[in-house]
Design a protein around this ligand. Structure first.
Ligand SMILES: Nc1nc2c(c(=O)[nH]1)N[C@H]1C(S)=C(S)[C@@H](COP(=O)(O)O)O[C@H]1N2
Ligand SMILES: [Mo]
Length: 519
């Protein structure tokens, strides 16, 4: 293959990439104006998230944790650009084939768009426009390439005769790619700027709780550098959900419907909700995907209205045993009715650590149920509660092989020292957190190098719904050391040593770390 053939191919591939960038950027811009959920990237990403087999999702969360969405979008971009390059080559070989290919990609995405749970009117438009724009651009760019080739043929012998035409091609290709990137940047800035966050949420004042959270007991927060704070700041609170684009729900438009196996349907608007006597209470929320020692867990003070009171108004029928909650973007969770009607503080929450819920944590309203993993209880952007039965309805994750019931397992974690850290020999401290929300923790024990289990000092708990801090003074001797901890529940049960992966109902095992103690 001669150098010039190779160069032509490279340019055809570049034409495909440039045309696709232009179309994709234009589509994102139109979507930003129309409705964020109609973003072609969000449509494809959302469909992939929902269609992905459970193992793929679990691997994604395990590999990328809370960056799983960025990883997915990067993956989509790489696949799209590879396809774009291939279609550029195809267009050079078979006139219109690449252009038609790009239009078809747009058509397929535009057909998927209206099937998404959070589809807006005209949700098909951005993807279709993307396809048409990128197809047209590819066709034109490759036509320029061809005419550059013809010029070269016609005047064989002179030095790089196709120069001007080729430069024209390169200029147009660069302009297309640049315009596409700029459009995408404007779209993403525009999305952030018009978000409910910058308008409604920042202006919102939370009502005072009728029942404020009890004062945090003195000494509940141990003063150990590196230990997780007792209350996790909102900005550091882990985020896990299937929403590629954070739903934008205006409180003025928000409404909750409680229906199904009930004597009375109940609907609740934002104004009605904030006028109710609200309760403030701390609860630790954990993701079922949290590995032993993992950080998909946080503790916050939530402000909300007890779900049990709303259910009391609705009067569930005697045969109901589950509440299927649905978010505005179609996510669902199935919560045991009992956990929502017993005396625990299962809340329809609007506040998190004294602020309105952050957008990515469910603004304006979410559920928080102490004692249950998020996937069966903590529906964000919640708009619907259907009282039903476990044998009649399945939820987003239980449909994908996760356990129907999701009580948070008794667990503990070493925060200090960090795994694989180097510490100096002598007097130091081992510290961490332990939790069994709703049931509580009565003790934590620590083992050094397989020696005897030593009781750690347990700080007073805020309540049985929250994690507890613990610490143990340690005289560290030089060398490689293995540290391990286990919690003891309030009923005397010892945290199991049995190692289980997160699927299907939460990880278990003792958190074990290695540290290097330097003399
Ligand atoms: N709408 C919606 N709510 C959701 C989810 C989701 O994907 N969509 N994920 C759930 C899961 S799996 C967890 S662990 C918690 C996480 O809540 P956080 O992101 O506020 O920490 O939200 C739950 N609520
Ligand atoms: Mo989760």
């Amino acid at each position: 293959m001669t150098g010039s053939v190779l160069r032509h191919r490279a340019m055809a591939a570049a034409a495909g990439v440039a045309a696709t960038l232009l179309g994709a950027g234009a589509g994102e811009l139109v979507a930003a104006v129309l409705a964020p959920s109609s973003s072609p990237f969000a449509v494809v990403g959302g469909a992939l998230i929902d269609a992905a087999p459970a193992w793929a999702k679990n691997t994604a969360i395990a590999l990328f944790g809370t960056s799983d969405k960025a990883a997915l979008l990067t993956g989509i971009a790489i696949v799209l650009l590879a396809l774009a390059a291939a279609l550029g080559l195809s267009e050079r070989r078979w006139r219109r084939s690449g252009a038609i290919g790009l239009v078809l990609v747009g058509v397929v995405v535009s057909l998927i768009a209206p099937t998404r749970a959070d589809a807006a009117t005209l949700s098909w438009l951005p993807a279709l426009l993307s396809g048409v724009i990128s197809g047209t651009a590819l066709h034109r760019l490759v036509r320029m390439l061809r005419s550059a080739d013809r010029t070269a043929l016609a005047s064989a012998g002179t030095q790089d005769p196709s120069g001007p035409t080729r430069r024209r091609f390169l200029a147009w290709a660069a302009a297309s790619a640049g315009a596409g990137i700029v459009a995408a940047l404007i779209a993403s800035a525009g999305r952030a700027g018009t978000a409910v966050s910058t308008t409604v949420r920042t202006a919102l004042r939370l009502p005072k709780p009728a029942t404020p959270a009890p004062a945090i007991p003195a000494g509940a927060a141990l003063n150990v550098p590196g230990l997780s704070p007792l209350i996790t700041p909102n900005a550091d609170f882990y985020r896990i959900d299937t929403a590629l684009i954070v739903p934008q729900l205006d409180p003025a438009q928000w409404k909750l419907r409680i229906h199904g196996l009930v004597a009375h349907e109940v609907t609740l608007t934002w104004n009605e909700l904030v006028a109710l006597p609200l309760v403030e209470s701390a609860a630790t929320l954990s993701c079922v995907s949290n590995e032993v020692g993992g950080d998909l867990i946080g503790n916050a003070v939530w402000l909300g209205y007890p779900i049990r009171e709303l259910l009391a108004q609705a009067q569930p029928s005697a045969d109901a045993d589950m509440v299927l909650s649905t978010s505005v973007d179609g996510f669902t969770a199935g919560t045991p009715l009992e956990a929502l009607t017993d005396d625990r503080n299962a809340l329809l929450a609007i506040g998190m650590n004294g602020e309105p819920l952050p957008l990515e944590h469910g603004f304006p309203v979410r559920m928080v149920v102490p004692g249950l993993y998020g996937y069966v209880s903590a529906t964000k952007w919640v708009i619907d509660l259907e009282v039903t039965r476990f044998d009649r309805a399945r939820a987003y994750w239980t449909d994908r092989g996760w356990s129907e019931r999701g009580p948070i397992k008794l667990e503990s974690r070493i925060d200090v020292p960090r795994a694989n850290a180097a510490v100096s020999a002598g007097d130091t401290v081992i510290a961490g957190v332990a939790w069994q929300p709703h049931a509580g923790v009565s003790a934590v024990e620590v083992q050094v190098d397989g020696g005897p289990w030593q009781r750690a000092e347990l700080a007073p708990a805020i309540s049985t719904d929250t994690w507890v801090q613990w610490r143990l003074p340690w005289h560290a001797a030089a060398g490689q050391r293995t540290l391990r901890c286990r919690a003891i529940g309030s009923d005397g049960t010892v945290q199991t040593s049995e190692i289980a992966p997160p699927a299907p109902d939460g990880a278990s095992g003792w958190h074990t770390i290695g540290v290097t103690v330097n003399a």
